[in-house]
Ligand binder design. Sequence first.
Ligand code: 13P
Length: 255
Amino acid sequence: MSRKHLIAGNWKMNLTPDDSASLVEEVNAVVGKQNAVQVCVCPPFTSLPLVSEKVEQSEVLLGAQNMHDQPSGAYTGEVSAEMLRSLYVSHVILGHSERRQYFGETNVSINAKILAAIQASLKPIYCIGETLEERDAGKTMEILSSQVREGLQSYPSRALDLLVIAYEPVWAIGTGKTATDEMAQEAHAEIRGVLSEMFGEAASSSIRILYGGSMKPENAAGLLAQPDVDGGLIGGASLSAKSFCDIVEAAISAS
Ligand code: 13P
């Protein structure tokens, strides 16, 4: 089963619209014409309109970092799937550990967002991952399994082509500590095993599972060479066009 690598940049709460436009122009210039791997940038909401214009003529895809599960209404400060769609957003990061940690998101609330995203034909990049305490207590696989099962509760098989999973060990995010190639492969294989139990082996073998957590040009090749690592969700290193594009080049070489 061949799964095209996806390299997605999560810009988090960084960059004004003008700074975002400059960054995506640089990314476009280097990797915007190739389609050996998929490239997606996920700016903050305020930069989506301008970045959307900049990627219109490019292969680079546009993602958001969050959305609300309701289509519209009295939800001050929130953004709906339809609003994202109107800006040609194709992907949406859901359940990032920072949303779980600082904004009280749970597997159950994230599940509602995932189902709303696919209803609007948005591709969810569903983030899961264990904390250091959970890893040290030998609970990694148990945590990942419950995140997958609860987050994807009632997920319809017919929409599996939209689904992307991102394995982001919380202890590796923004810390400079990366999972070893073997640790990443072990977790990804385990996640694929849970997906296989839920949706069947054929379907699970076509779902992309990205690695995230201090991925940079120096460690990308090794991680992306693992059989169950289908790309990366890049935080800090996606804020530099050079390091982000170097990771894309590593993914092209690994394909
Ligand atoms: P870093 O690459 O900065 O560790 O962040 C990873 C991440 O959280 C991507 O969503």
